[in-house]
Design a protein around this ligand. Structure first.
Ligand code: DGL
Length: 252
């Protein structure tokens, strides 16, 4: 048993989509979610920059005594999870990858992956496609361009215009869309408007189940019977922290 916090990080509010699932399946745990809005977007940075930024946050979360670190960010995971495991051999990390396996396993024939410019080109995405896609299935890859940043800024008009531009050409082709960035599920309603008959998938449940599994096998579950505490910190401003608590209470 271990009642220390679960540490979560993302380049901003996107990690809320993961935290929301974690709270459902691990309600008695305490959480420290570090939103790195000042460095958003990660998806337009290179490996070296992402590793440098993310390592600093990992150091901070470990200083705060976190018992496990959740990269609630597809970009950070596909870019530097392997390196982080080498640098911090005694730390348990759980990463987030696009839910391509879920889409292929459910036999969707035409899947669109929408992710950050970094993730879409990553070797991890290539591996997931090679490992799980059947020969009778098609995969389309699209960069969400600056969508994560628009979501971070709360620019509703910009989000709707960009989604329309990116998704309209796929509207009659795809039966499933994988949201390969943790920011995207926060505007799921905008996706539904353009793709009303399409299955919308994301990785939050998969990550949360893996976190639970890691806590069980490492004997790190909390023995508290009360609802856990959630602390949110933001590298840019306190106002963004208030906004995130509000979003979390609306989606929970
Ligand atoms: N939320 C992040 C992800 O899942 C990254 C968004 C960004 O900073 O580009 O990829």
């Amino acid at each position: 048993m271990n009642n220390n916090k679960i540490g979560i990080l993302d380049s901003g509010l996107g990690g809320l989509s993961v935290l929301n699932e974690l709270l459902k399946i691990l309600p008695n745990e305490d959480y420290l979610f570090y939103e790195d809005s000042i460095n958003n977007p990660y998806g337009e940075k290179c490996d070296e920059e992402i590793l440098e930024i993310v390592s600093k946050i990992v150091d901070y979360l470990l200083e705060k005594g976190c018992k496990i670190i959740v990269l609630a960010c597809n970009t950070a995971t596909t870019s530097c999870l392997k390196k982080l495991r080498e640098i911090y051999p005694n730390t348990i990390f759980v990463g987030t990858v696009p839910a391509l396996k879920v889409s292929f396993d459910h036999n969707f024939k035409n899947t669109l992956l929408l992710a950050t410019p970094y993730t879409i080109k990553s070797t991890r995405v290539e591996e997931l496609i090679n490992d799980f896609k059947q020969s009778n299935q098609n995969i389309y890859l699209e960069s969400g361009r600056n969508l994560a940043h628009l979501i971070e800024l709360g620019d509703t008009k910009g989000i709707e215009e960009l989604l329309k531009e990116i998704l309209t050409p796929y509207k009659d082709t795809i039966d499933s869309i994988v949201l390969g960035c943790t920011h995207y599920p926060l505007v799921k309603e905008s996706f539904k408007k353009i793709l009303p008959n399409c299955e919308i998938l994301d990785g939050a449940l998969g990550v949360s189940c893996e976190v639970k599994h890691q806590l069980i096998v490492n004997n790190l579950l909390s023995d508290s019977v009360k609802n856990g505490n959630v602390i949110i910190e933001n590298s840019k401003s306190e106002d963004l922290v208030d906004r995130s608590y509000k979003i979390l209470s609306n989606i929970c």
